[in-house]
Design a protein. Structure first.
Lengths: 343, 279
């Protein structure tokens, strides 16, 4: 759909309109990090738009999966039944392309298999995604290595690029188009010069990423990883500094593992789903105590094979977005790029 | 599959109630539960269900009754830990929850016209009973059904009262062994592989189906392959940790498979490249 231009001066007006109809979250810059922040319509009206917006920053510290695949939620009860409620309508304003890849992985797992997760489905349906380009990738970013770009071209309702004195917005869906329409004549048709400027910014971002991560991975990563399965020395070297804190898995936008556990109240069962981590020792343990991945090294290998071998073989793309969160949080400074680069 | 009552969106995490009609002890630590689910559970032999133990949690089990008789569901369960102990404390009349069925059924169409060699160990005979009953229900479709079963002691044999009836079925051949016998035991003695010493069928053109403790699965598989069963005709019940049963949570990962969705029965051909598939 046609790109539209929103001058900076008209932004808050439009945001106010959105925030009245939707719960709107945006990336806020807090010190050197970016966190998701809720926009309050009243704050806008009072002229206080809260913390500084970080649309041009890299992805927020928290993966957006938290909005759709809740870290902890009740999914069933017994004997009384529990059915999903209608979730609130939300806008995530300023998601990054690497965030969108995470959602793509979760759609494969939660919506495209034999069973649909109705909780995920309902939230996704009520969530509008406005993607924002990354004009300035950081050293931890490596979306280029997983075959992605630092800007979205699909998977969002609107793609937004920050220009010098305003925003260029390209709606990708009817829902996105509608949001733009809501802004009325605040929006003007995007000009060729604006589009050219956007493309220039995008090109510069890609070049920066290629400079940070110049060497592409082995195109047969899945195969190479399979061949390495039994190469203990290789894995031991890379796992050496891991302290088993699971920070990498908890911050990862693509990790989908969960555990169903029951909170028992007398004869009642409240079944709760929580995020789980395949690095946990008891993760694969079976009744009676046997455990196929009792050794940490096996769990370490399993995580890599899950993302780069099994998922790739089954769905055609890596379950890794190149977001760099896992090694930014890693106390042992294990850089996933180094592991993959040596395959 | 369960439909939501409040809308057409289905909640796959939501169990349906099932009443315990009857229980009977098979062995000192294995009990059969006869359940009456509120709605019929449309399982086929090989598939499993997730059982909710009220006041406790869930665990995966395989129906041991025939899929041709679905008004009641039987499950034969060994007490091994927390969930199963809680289950053993329930009485006739108590309520349980059921989700499922999940996983793949035995591909019975591939068994047609063939000799079928079934090997069970311990409580592993439970899922195999569902298969055995499905096969004998339409026995004319199959050439012959061999059932081999090993238990620790004569006291640990499950379905003691049923086995004599099964022996009388046509095209059925049954042999039992125990690791340690007693005065009254007249059958084979030794680990379950003694049952493989003389395999009476044409292995190359037959199928084998195995379920039992990991160590037994391992040695029986080796024996079957040595006897000439093709790797893709050796069907193995893989036990992994399971949480969702839906192919979503990741817990049942076994090499490239999620056993809850791709299994729980996989062929040797499918698992042969996995390091240590039987743990
Ligand atoms: C497809 C399938 C079909 C099955 N069919 C049958 C059947 O027909 N009959 C039968 O008897 N059995 C069957 N089983 C096995 C049965 O599911 C297990 O015996 C049962 O789950 C044991 O539950 P438990 O709580 O009693 O055992 P426990 O040993 O107490 O624990 C079971 C669960 O808790 C976890 N766990 C154990 N210890 C810890 C710990 N310290 N910290 C965290 N987690 C822990 C394990 O990972 C496991 O998931 C089947 C299993 C599968 C996968
Ligand atoms: S990894 Fe790529 S898409 Fe993600 S924040 Fe960095 S530059 Fe943007
Ligand atoms: S594995 Fe690391 S870099 Fe890849 S998506 Fe997960 S957190 Fe991001
Ligand atoms: S048990 Fe959850 S994916 Fe198999």
């Amino acid at each position: 759909m046609e790109p539209r231009f929103l001058p900076s001066t008209k932004r808050d007006n439009w945001l106010g309109q959105l925030a009245r109809e939707y719960t709107l979250f945006f990336p806020a810059r807090v010190e050197k990090k970016v966190h998701w922040h809720r926009l309050e319509a009243e704050d806008l009206e009072s002229g206080d738009s809260g913390p500084e917006w970080g649309l041009c920053c890299i992805r927020a510290s928290e993966p957006i999966k938290s909005f759709l695949f809740s870290p902890r939620e009740q999914v069933a009860s017994f004997p009384d039944r529990l059915e999903p409620e209608e979730p609130e309508k939300r806008i995530l304003f300023g998601v990054k392309d690497c965030d969108l890849l995470g959602l793509k992985v979760h759609e494969k797992m939660f919506l495209e298999g034999d069973f649909k997760d109705p909780f995920y489905e309902a939230r996704l349906k009520n969530t509008i995604l406005i993607a924002a380009d990354c004009p300035d990738p950081e050293d931890s970013c490596f979306c280029n290595l997983v075959g992605r770009k630092p800007y979205a071209t699909e998977g969002a309702d609107i793609v937004l690029s920050v220009l010098d004195n305003g925003y260029l917005l390209e709606p990708l869906t009817e829902q996105g188009e509608e949001l733009v329409r809501l802004g009325g004549d605040a929006f003007q048709p995007g000009t060729e010069a604006q589009i050219a400027r956007r493309d220039e910014q995008r090109k510069a971002a890609v070049e920066k990423l290629e400079k940070t991560n110049p060497k592409p991975w082995n195109p047969e990563v899945a195969k190479a990883m399979e061949d390495r399965t039994k190469d203990q020395a290789f894995w031991r070297k890379h796992a050496a500094t891991c302290v088993e804190c699971f920070g990498c898995l908890m911050s990862c936008p693509t990790c989908f593992c969960f555990l169903l556990y029951a909170k028992a109240k007398e004869a009642k069962v409240e079944r709760t789903r929580i995020w789980d981590a395949c690095y946990l020792a008891a993760y694969a343990r079976v009744g009676g105590g046997a455990n196929p991945r009792a050794e940490f090294l096996k769990r370490f290998i399993n995580r890599f094979q899950c993302k780069f071998m099994h998922f790739k073989n089954q769905h055609g793309f890596y379950a890794c977005s190149g977001c760099g969160r896992c090694f930014k949080v890693c106390m042992g400074k294990i850089d996933i790029r180094k592991v993959l680069g040596e395959l | 599959m369960q439909k939501s009552e409040t809308g057409n969106r289905m909640n796959p995490y939501q169990p349906i109630p099932a009443r315990i009609l009857k229980t009977f002890d098979e062995t000192p630590n294995i009990r059969t539960f006869v359940l009456k689910p509120e709605q019929e559970v449309e399982f086929l032999a090989g598939q499993f269900i997730e059982l909710t133990v009220p006041g406790f949690g869930e665990a995966p089990f395989t129906p041991s009754s025939s899929h041709f008789k679905r008004d009641k569901l039987e499950m034969t369960i060994m007490k091994v830990g927390r969930a199963t102990s809680a289950l053993f404390s329930l009485k006739e009349g108590d309520m349980l929850g059921i989700r499922g069925p999940y996983g793949k059924r035995y591909p019975l169409e591939k068994f047609e016209g063939k000799e079928i060699f079934i090997v069970g160990g311990g409580v592993g005979l439970a899922p195999l009973r569902a298969l055995f009953l499905a096969l004998t229900h339409e026995v004319e479709k199959y050439k012959k059904i061999f059932l081999r079963y090993g238990a620790r002691t004569p006291n640990d044999i499950v379905y003691k009262s049923l086995i004599p009836e099964w022996r009388n079925l046509k095209r059925v051949d049954i042999d039992l062994s125990v690791d340690v016998g007693d005065e009254s035991w007249k059958g084979k003695v030794g680990v379950v592989t003694v049952l493989l010493e003389k395999i009476p069928c044409d292995a190359k053109n037959s199928v084998a189906v195995v379920c039992g403790p990991p160590i037994m699965m391992k040695f029986v598989t080796i024996g079957l392959l040595e006897a000439g069963f093709p790797g893709d005709a050796v069907y193995l019940s893989m036990e992994t940790n399971m949480s969702c049963g839906l192919g979503q949570c990741g817990h049942c990962r076994l090499g490239p498979y999620f056993t809850c969705k791709d299994g729980p029965v996989l062929t040797w051909e499918q698992v042969k490249d996995i390091e240590n598939p039987f743990v």
